[in-house]
Design a protein around this ligand. Structure first.
Ligand code: CP
Ligand code: NVA
Length: 300
């Protein structure tokens, strides 16, 4: 059997994703009860971070420890990745020593190349194209608050970025309607939209996208690696702030999510981020529980 990787949400079947979310909820309960659950004893996860991270690093590292294993933080600054050792060689070597590898990097093709040469599972901890781990946490959070997401309407407001692409994958896998509102030049990748076209609508108007939404989601206007575009983007995205007046167009019981870190006063207002519809802190916490379910599935 070939090694199972998690590079996008499409690497699992809808059933497997649903089972993982149910297991994440169980793991959360066990942790809160203080019941140890340590199926990953003597297992090691290597974590390669070529971009910054708070949630992803802490959730994977803590998750591995809670499951009885160990995690290694590897930065390009003090490994040979940063000095040009080929990805293929790094993959061959690391996968002879550790039991799984998580990678956060720029080019999505790099995690694909790594996975192609790795004999152990590879997890995408964010690339320029996708952020699938965040979607596990978002779907768990929705499940805890509202149950099944099938048939619901989700509004994505802002940049057609890595998070947006993973939402497109999620729309296909979980069968929800996804309205994406973005400035035309920041539309999501057309090929990715095409894979889920029966579930996805891309439009320029944030109000139209938010009407009848059950969940409203946004993310920063300039992602990691786009820092020098920040000023230009800020002008173009002005009309795409999720604030109280935009959220009022959604259904009354709509939830608000943001993968964080958030830029208050840019893509989201302080009032929405800390308002009664926001579930962002549960969403952040669920990174831990959802990824524990993921690594348990991949590593046992
Ligand atoms: N949401 C998220 O991935 O956060 P970090 O960049 O802090 O890992
Ligand atoms: N779109 C953001 C997500 C951060 C978790 C970025 O890539 O920087």
């Amino acid at each position: 059997m070939s090694t199972h990787h998690f590079l996008t949400l499409l690497d699992f079947t809808p059933n497997e994703l649903q089972e993982m979310i149910v297991h994440a909820v169980e793991l959360k309960k066990l942790l809160k009860q203080g019941t140890p659950h340590t199926p990953l004893q003597n297992k090691t996860l290597a974590m390669i971070f070529e971009k910054s991270s708070t949630r992803t690093r802490v959730s994977f590292e803590t998750g591995m420890i809670q499951l009885g294993g160990h995690a290694l933080f590897l930065s390009p600054r003090d490994t040979q990745f940063g000095r040009g050792e080929p990805i293929e060689d790094s993959a061959r070597v690391l996968s002879r020593m550790v039991d799984a590898v998580m990678i956060r990097t720029y080019e999505h093709a790099h995690v694909e190349t790594f996975a192609a040469h790795s004999s152990v599972p590879v997890i995408n901890g964010l690339t320029d194209l996708y952020h699938p781990c965040q979607l596990l946490a978002d779907m768990q959070t929705w499940f805890e608050y509202r149950g099944e997401i099938k048939g619901a309407t989700v509004a994505w407001i802002g940049d057609g970025n890595n998070m947006c692409h993973s939402y497109i994958n999620a729309a296909l896998q979980f069968e929800f309607k996804l309205n994406i509102a973005c400035p035309i030049q920041y539309s999501p990748n057309a090929d990715i939209v095409k894979t889920a076209e029966t579930f996805v609508n891309v439009m320029p108007d944030p109000i139209a996208a938010t009407e009848h939404a059950d969940l409203v989601v946004t993310d920063v206007w300039a992602s990691m690696g786009q820092e020098e575009e920040q000023n230009d983007r800020q002008k173009v995205f002005q009309a795409y702030q999720v604030n109280e007046s935009l959220l009022a167009h959604a259904n009354k019981d709509a939830l608000f999510m943001h993968c964080l870190p958030a830029h208050r006063g840019e893509e989201v207002s302080e009032g929405v981020l800390n308002g009664p519809q926001s579930v962002v802190w549960d969403e952040a916490e669920n990174r831990l529980h959802a990824q524990k379910a993921l690594i348990e599935k991949l590593m046992t």
